[in-house]
Design a protein around this ligand. Structure first.
Ligand code: COA
Length: 556
């Protein structure tokens, strides 16, 4: 018997490479060539094979460690006749380099003739945080002339749509995408014939998120960029589906044949790759296989649930044949509608809701707001009650930080936030979206009014970026301009509270001597009863009512 060390072999010059999987444990028997750990760089996963057979005595690395050539991975008790205590020159790792799916035609600009026309490939620009978008509209055709900023396609993420404009005037010589395609940053949209005279000023990328990337990029750098983009795509999968699927699965995936992007998706979704059948060459697992696997697991869970009439399963709603009652027409739900529906159900089912109702006397606030109308006009801002409500909520969140948390039920931890970002629901023809205003506590009423206006406009013009809708701590849903006396908003998880605002109305209020007419604003605060107790709910709305009742509270 001899002790043998297994070290990190030559990994092509990579240093500080992350250990993403440990394929063996102390006590396991390994054979020569068995994978012992898996490393991952930006572009490749590498299974590190055992150079000797034996039983693992010590593991020196853990998932998440960074290793370089020569680092000790484990020690083995080799069988009699085994090799010397220190292993021979390690063999090369088996690099499993993932080629990005469309690694062809990467050169963006190719001049067909020296003059007068240049063909430029217009590509998907920075998507402001979204990794993948669907093409929902292609308003141009091949042969169409376009002006600078005419939009070439409209894309949609889970929560927003955006128009991608032409970077320059020209003629669409070739369309490289169609409705239904899924695109990511850098993907080609169209080839544009541009007269040379207009190339220099127009084609270079603008710094704006909406600008188009038309620069000539080297194949190598583009490949690396695409590989890293591909790794981010897991965010596109519905997390709740993933979580449910993950519950059924264990976490090891050492022996699967898959590239880094697929492994990353699998890790994030909790999918054991050894259970996934690969449809690629040599049974290589591709992203679609992981998605199909998650879907099938989800269907299993759902069909199990639909058969359950009582207990924790939720019976499915059966639809009658409506045509027996009259004419009907079926329409596909918009993407925003589908996502909102799924989120609403998840939030409603997962969160024990309580709604606390209250009223704020905004007679003075309204008088002040009306006084400011002229100033507002000069500032080109619409001053509604919303910025005041935002400010009051920011103050109340600072006073009652238990409303500014998220719950991590798996770890049984509260995540306390020390920033105050507040979202507000905007009704658009495509559905409900919730842009977020950052650091509301640090902004004045005018700035909040400006940001509300700008974000509501962006929402209605389908121009919100995913980053505009992220990071909220609390949400306001104002139906004040519409009507109603109260409603029970659904908490926008992972936040723990939401304020519903209904239409202010004149009411007779007893002031101790008699009834006086006061403008009363109805407030409906729904909160997650796991995070917030009832007394704090009432304290929160009382404070809001106090703050809105005396405008000086907000100014101070
Ligand atoms: N009581 C009485 N009047 C109110 C009010 C309230 N609570 N809130 C707003 N108003 C008034 C405004 O002052 C304005 O009147 P004015 O021009 O005389 O000043 C008018 O209603 C229209 O306001 P609006 O343009 O809608 O601005 P807003 O700041 O109140 O709301 C949005 C902006 C984006 C929130 C709003 O347009 C919207 O989309 N609301 C719907 C949100 C929703 O669907 N929530 C449900 C989620 S489940």
């Amino acid at each position: 018997m001899s002790v043998v060390e297994i070290r990190v072999p030559d990994i092509g010059g990579g240093t500080d490479v992350e250990v993403i999987e440990i394929s063996v444990a102390v006590g396991d028997r390994v054979e020569i060539e068995d994978s012992v750990i898996v490393l991952e760089t930006d572009k490749a996963t590498m299974e590190i094979p055992a150079t000797d057979a034996g039983v693992v005595i010590n593991m020196m690395v853990a998932v998440g460690d960074k290793v370089s050539e020569g680092d000790l991975i484990l020690t083995l008790e080799a069988e009699a006749g085994g090799v010397a205590a220190v292993s021979e020159e390690p063999k090369d790792a088996k690099a499993d380099i993932e080629e990005p799916e469309d690694n062809k035609g990467l050169v963006s600009t190719a001049e067909e003739e020296p003059l007068p026309v240049s063909i430029t490939t217009v590509r998907v620009p920075d998507l402001g945080g979204a990794t993948q978008v669907s093409v929902i509209e292609v308003p141009v055709s091949e042969g169409d002339s376009v002006s600078e900023d005419d939009y070439l396609i409209v894309v949609e993420t889970d929560k927003a749509s955006m128009e991608i404009p032409s970077p320059s005037a020209g003629m669409v010589s070739k369309l490289l995408t169609k409705v239904g395609d899924e695109l990511k940053e850098g993907d080609p949209i169209a080839e544009l014939s541009i007269t040379i005279a207009s190339v220099t000023p127009s084609v270079s990328p603008k710094p704006d998120a909406r600008s188009l990337n038309t620069e000539v990029v080297s194949e190598k750098s583009e490949t690396a960029k695409r590989a890293s983009l591909a790794q981010n795509q897991a965010g596109q999968l519905d997390q709740s589906i993933a979580e449910r699927a993950a519950n059924e699965l264990n976490q090891t995936s050492g022996k699967a044949h898959a590239g880094p992007a697929v492994r990353k998706i699998a890790r994030e979704l909790g999918v054991d790759l050894t259970q996934v059948k690969g449809s690629g060459p040599k049974q290589r697992i591709v992203k679609d296989d992981v998605q199909a696997f998650v879907k099938s697991q989800m269907q299993k869970v759902q069909s199990g649930a639909s058969n359950v009439v009582s207990g924790s399963g939720i019976p499915a709603i059966k639809l009658p044949d409506f045509s027996q009652f009259g004419a009907v027409e079926r329409q596909p739900m918009s993407r925003i509608h589908k996502i909102t529906a799924a989120n609403m159900s998840a939030n409603w089912l997962n969160i024990p809701h309580v709604t606390q109702f209250d009223e704020a006397d905004i007679t003075e606030l309204e008088a002040f707001r009306k006084q400011q109308k002229k100033v507002a006009e000069l500032r080109n801002v619409k001053l509604t009650p919303l910025p005041f409500i935002l400010k009051a909520c920011a103050y109340a969140l600072a006073q009652y930080p238990q409303f500014n948390v998220s719950l991590d039920m798996d770890k049984e931890e509260l995540i306390q936030k020390s920033y105050i970002h507040i979202g507000f629901a905007v009704d658009t023809p495509d559905g409900l979206v919730v842009p977020v205003i950052r650091d509301v506590d640090q902004k004045g009423i005018w700035q909040l009014a400006e940001e509300c206006m700008a974000l509501a406009k962006k929402a209605k013009d389908k121009k919100l970026l995913p980053s505009d809708m992220q990071g909220g701590c609390f949400t306001i849903s104002s139906l004040g301009s519409v009507g109603g006396t109260a409603f029970t908003p659904i908490v926008n998880a992972p936040e723990v509270a939401i304020l519903g605002v209904s239409k202010a109305a004149m009411k007779p209020v007893y002031d101790g001597e008699g009834f006086v007419p006061r403008l009363m604003l109805p407030l409906s605060l729904s909160y997650d009863h796991r995070a917030v107790n009832g007394a704090d709910g009432a304290r929160f709305t009382s404070l809001l009512s106090e703050l809105l009742g005396d405008i000086r509270n907000l100014v101070l």
